[in-house]
Design a protein around this ligand. Structure first.
Ligand code: FRU
Length: 470
């Protein structure tokens, strides 16, 4: 079904209870609903937003279009958590209901300010001729989790510098100063990141510091969802360039989610990320985008990703749902490498631990599990997950001493790493693979048929396996 612009931007209020009930019933029919990941009840989920710690709880929001598996009129859904594993949804909290965000409350971030949580997001305004004006807007979350929008935009676009692609503000603090990154397309159609510094505590006045310098390469035609996070004394910039040349950094998905590790973020030297290393893919899998990371009060860095990609259709679309969020990953830097590891509390979901001698006979699962195994140096192995009696696998991992080749149906992704240990999480239609405790991560969606619920290995392999609480 194709959606017209009018259908995608129909007002939320115009949907009847009957229409909403039908949408819920349709979504429930999907055989691919996950059990411990965040998914929308109906419609589409995309970027994680406002990931933060405030008032004794973890806060997380996501981009949402409730009425179908398309990118329509976006709003923010709010969730809170005590452990970064179990999230409680409190529903839609930012509606596209003002002049400034009439065509969508787009992505943004959060920063605790005194006894409130300050949210900053992009208001996707469209005028009567459908001309876009992106406003950077504010909203305040109080102690009771009530969200109040700021009456006026905090930053207006400057069309002498950037086009109407100017969005996804990320707030962060460095030495008691508040900074902001915004994804942008320059008037010369280049992807860049703008930097601002707050001029007051209300975060209503911002000094324009120009563009962030982190690479001499051209970053395609647009950068979405930039965020800077401090990890083990290093500055890690995570971002999504669109239209990036494969000669600059190789990637396989429609748009990559990249990162660079730098020594320092310094505004005194021309907005430089000092000592920025090479561009690298954050995830070697099939669906990972718009990752948002932040520093908790104790300095730890946490990240969460959209397990989906823009401009991409998924099998769940016919049930009117699309998109999920990854598990929360803790970031660390060891020997100059970025590691992403599921938060420790994920272990609370484990039960029924078994040690299994896997072979080509296979074992049966309900497609919700974690498995872990170690590999002797130099071994080759092929593991088929979500496979059937004839070993027609929805997901196949071919491991040798230098790489993992992951095949989803007939598509491949390669991760170059010496594999010693693997943790594989499967949640019905979601996989998250962690190599060497997060040195490499491969994530994505996969849509097994009703016969694909076996695990098999080509050669005998000892695995540890857990069922995971739903
Ligand atoms: C990234 C993105 C953002 C934008 C949001 C809209 O997936 O395109 O740049 O703010 O999604 O939903």
């Amino acid at each position: 079904m194709t959606w017209t612009t009018a259908e995608r931007y129909r007002s939320y209020k115009s949907y009847s209870e009957d229409e909403k009930t039908k949408l819920r019933a349709l979504a429930k029919k999907s055989p691919w609903r996950s059990t411990f990941h965040i998914e929308p009840e109906t419609g589409l989920l995309n970027d994680p937003n406002g990931f933060s710690f405030f008032n004794g709880k973890w806060h997380l929001f996501y981009q949402h279009f409730p009425f179908g598996a398309v990118h329509g009129l976006k709003s923010w859904v709010h969730l809170t958590s005590s452990d970064l594993v179990h999230f409680e949804a409190s529903g839609l909290v930012i509606y596209p209901d003002t002049r400034f965000d009439n065509a969508g409350a787009y992505s943004g971030s959060a920063l605790p300010m005194g006894d409130t949580l300050f949210l900053m997001y992009t208001g996707n305004h469209r005028d009567e001729h459908w001309v876009r004006i992106p406003y950077q807007l504010g909203a305040v979350v109080d102690q009771k989790n009530q969200v109040t929008k700021c009456p006026e935009p905090l930053i207006y676009p400057d069309f002498s510098q950037t086009t109407d692609h100017f969005r996804d503000p990320q707030l962060f603090r460095v030495q008691n100063q508040v900074f902001l990154l915004i994804g942008a397309q320059t008037v010369d159609k280049e992807g860049k990141i703008k930097v601002y510094r707050a001029e007051n505590d209300a975060l209503t006045a911002w000094e324009d510091l120009g563009f962030l310098n982190f690479s001499d390469e051209k970053m395609g035609y647009m950068i979405e969802c930039p965020n800077l996070v401090f990890v083990d004394g290093r500055s890690v910039l995570i971002f999504c360039p669109q239209g990036l040349s494969q000669a600059v950094c190789e990637y396989k998905n429609i748009y990559p989610n990249l990162f660079v590790i730098a020594d320092e973020f310094s505004v005194s030297t021309d907005n430089r990320l000092i000592g920025a290393g090479p561009l690298q893919n954050l995830d070697d899998g099939f669906d990972c985008y718009a990752t948002q990371a932040f520093n908790a009060p104790d300095g730890s860095a946490y990240a969460i990703s959209w397990l989906g990609l823009p401009d991409t259709a998924y099998e769940t679309d016919r049930f009117g749902v699309q998109g999920a969020l990854s598990m929360v990953k803790k970031l660390s830097v060891k020997d100059g490498k970025l590691y992403q590891t599921p938060v420790e509390a994920m272990k609370k979901l484990r039960y029924n631990e078994r040690k299994i001698q896997l072979s080509d006979e296979g074992i049966k699962t309900d497609n919700v599990f974690e498995l872990e195994f170690k590999l002797e140096k130099g071994t080759s192995q092929t593991l088929s997950v979500l496979t059937d009696e004839k070993n027609d696998a929805a997901l196949r991992l071919q491991i040798d001493s230098t790489q993992l080749v992951l095949t989803r149906n007939y598509e491949k992704r390669v991760s170059h790493v010496k594999i010693e240990k693997m943790n594989i999480f499967i949640d019905k239609s979601i996989f998250e693979i962690f190599i060497n405790d997060g040195e490499k991560v491969l994530s994505g969606r996969v849509f097994p048929n009703e016969n694909q619920h076996l695990i098999k290995s080509e050669h005998p392999l000892t695995i540890k396996m857990w069922e995971l609480k739903k």
